[in-house]
Design a protein around this ligand. Structure first.
Ligand SMILES: Nc1ncnc2c1ncn2[C@@H]1O[C@H](COP(=O)(O)OP(=O)(O)OP(=O)(O)O)[C@@H](O)[C@H]1O
Ligand SMILES: [Mg+2]
Length: 399
């Protein structure tokens, strides 16, 4: 993996035009953790959504081992120049974005502006799914079950009319359990008001207040897109509806540092360490519940127009019915600790296949000519033939 460092290279004349040919030149676009100083007033979990170097290197390695050339590009103000210089055939996007109410849509929006294909969901789905209130409004309108809620931009806006305590308070636009610990469960109006005031001040965004779901917690990950998968790189992976659902994983936070809450601290423990939640995959549930969780996941993702990959978090309500908490259209891809990688590994899918399937799903949507790649399509999870390395060549389009 190369790392893009800003230069004035875009003043150089590109070499003469050449036709698009394998291997692909891929820009891996991400925000690396610990590269940003969030300032003294930032909450202690600021930047937790950003990716560790290890994750970025793992994703790059998976695509390089598949024969591609990968350059890491930071999803900051240098990104436009980086993409203009690299002229990637495709962007592998895991960028959380630096700020703003649609930060997870920044890299996709730039790619669309520049005409560069990219992996995973598009601008609208990434912007909406980052905002849990907007997401819930869409789900409600689609007739999908999600806890009753309201959004408060300040303590003065707290309106618990018609809500049944305990309630659950979370930042409207964060992930990785940021702002979520045992204090997120509030049992009185006063505790609710205090928690909302703290959250708005600490995270500089509205607080989402939901009814608490007391039941078992599940996460369902999938890769795919609607449509018959015959022309995919590994068509055998997908159901006829175009999706591949990984086994349902249960999160047992009852044994974690924050019993009943899969919050930021609980997510920080290594699997199996004291204080970590239990990760049970596949979990032992009746088939009817499994099918219902998968059905809700598909409908939740389709209501938002998610592409290529997502992970949906659900919990059972007091009646034992599954209810939607949130969708991650850019789910974490750390091979060791990310939920999506755990569920893929649980069914025996190698990490490299997970990453390259996301890549090829996006390529299929964007009609990149993957027929020309050299593969041995000999069966499930077939390994790619090595493709010789070489210098980065131009050739995305006629210059
Ligand atoms: N309404 C709710 N009732 C009960 N628990 C909830 C509720 N909402 C969230 N939680 C708990 O808080 C955890 C984190 O919430 P959520 O998944 O919405 O946040 P996140 O930070 O976006 O998570 P991720 O790391 O998956 O991006 C959930 O996994 C669950 O344990
Ligand atoms: Mg979650």
């Amino acid at each position: 993996m190369r790392t893009y460092e800003s230069t004035r290279a875009h003043n150089k004349k590109p070499p003469s035009p050449s036709r698009l040919r394998p291997p692909w030149r891929i820009a891996l676009v991400a925000n690396m953790r610990d590269e940003i100083d969030w300032g003294p007033d930032a909450p202690s979990d600021a930047g937790a959504e950003f990716d560790k170097r290890e994750t970025i290197e793992s994703i790059a390695g998976a695509m390089e081992d598949d024969g591609h050339w990968v350059t890491f590009c930071r999803a900051d103000q240098t990104l436009p120049e980086a993409l203009l210089n690299l002229r990637p055939h495709i962007v592998f996007n895991i960028a959380e974005g630096l700020g703003g109410d649609g930060r997870e849509a920044q890299a996709p929006a730039l790619c669309e502006l520049l005409g560069v294909p990219y992996t995973a969901s598009r601008v609208l789905a990434n912007a909406v799914s980052l905002d849990k209130t907007h997401t819930k409004r869409i789900w409600q309108q689609s007739g999908l079950p999600t806890p009753r809620f309201f959004e408060a931009r300040s303590a003065a806006e707290v309106d618990d009319t018609g809500m049944t305590y305990p309630l659950f308070v979370k930042p409207v636009r964060e992930g990785t359990g940021m702002g979520i610990d045992m204090g997120a469960i509030v049992r009185t109006r006063q505790a609710l008001t205090e928690r909302v005031a703290w959250m708005v001040e600490a995270y500089k965004q509205p607080a989402l207040v939901e009814e608490y779901l007391p039941g078992r917690e599940f996460t369902v990950g999938f890769i795919g897109n609607p449509g018959f998968p015959a022309r995919r790189r590994r068509p055998w992976l997908y159901d006829n509806d175009g999706y591949h659902y990984f086994p349902v994983m249960e999160i047992d936070s009852g044994i974690s540092v924050s019993p009943g809450v899969y919050g930021h601290d609980a997510k920080g423990y290594d699997i199996g360490a004291p204080g970590a939640p239990g990760y049970i995959c596949p979990t032992d549930i009746p088939n009817s519940l499994r099918l219902r969780l998968i059905e809700l996941t598909r409908k939740a993702a389709e209501a938002l127009g998610a592409c290529d990959v997502s992970r949906v978090d659900l919990r059972l309500d007091a009646k034992g019915e599954p209810s939607l908490m949130e969708i991650n259209t850019l789910p974490g891809l750390n091979p060791k600790v990310s939920d999506l990688c755990i569920v893929a590994a649980a069914e025996g899918m190698p990490y490299q296949d997970l990453i390259t399937e996301i890549l090829y799903l996006a390529a299929e949507r964007n009609a990149l000519p993957f027929e020309t790649l050299r593969y041995a399509d000999v069966g499930p999870h077939a390994m790619a033939q090595p493709v010789p390395r070489g210098p980065i060549a131009w050739g995305l389009a006629d210059e």
